[in-house]
Design a protein around this ligand. Structure first.
Ligand code: CU
Length: 132
């Protein structure tokens, strides 16, 4: 076996032995406790790039107002046809808050309910996948 072949073989063995361990680790991590979703309220966005995915049913929303005006964080959606909503309350610039939500799998809408901030871009979809 030439040197090149030996090196490729070693690399291949390394890949095969690492891959199952990494997959297992990810699965374990996903099933341990809630996910953390960082919300960065600012003019004009939530810091989520328009969308966030929660792998399970539970998420801790860590919310910070990094903007220069008052903002708030609201998440709403439908559970069994009923409208539900959770609101953080108004946050001054620099203020933080957090809450934990346990929700059925589905797509929810997050936005800032202050003034016309939602229309200006402080809006994102939050998808709870639920473990399946
Ligand atoms: Cu706002």
């Amino acid at each position: 076996m030439d040197q090149m072949m030996t090196r490729m073989l070693i690399a291949l063995i390394a890949l095969v032995s690492i891959a199952p361990a990494a997959a297992q680790q990810t699965q374990t991590a996903a099933k341990q406790g809630p996910s953390v979703v960082h919300i960065n309220l600012h003019e004009w966005g939530l810091g989520l790039d328009g969308r966030a995915t929660v792998p399970g049913n539970e998420a801790v929303f860590e919310i910070r107002n990094t903007g220069s005006v008052v903002h708030s964080f609201e998440i709403e959606g439908k559970i069994d046809g009923k409208e539900v909503e959770v609101v953080s309350g108004r946050l001054q610039p620099g203020q933080t808050t957090s809450f934990t939500l346990r929700l059925p799998a589905g797509e929810y809408t997050a936005y800032c309910p202050v003034g016309n901030h939602r229309e200006r871009g402080m809006l994102a979809a939050i998808v709870f996948r639920g473990y399946s």
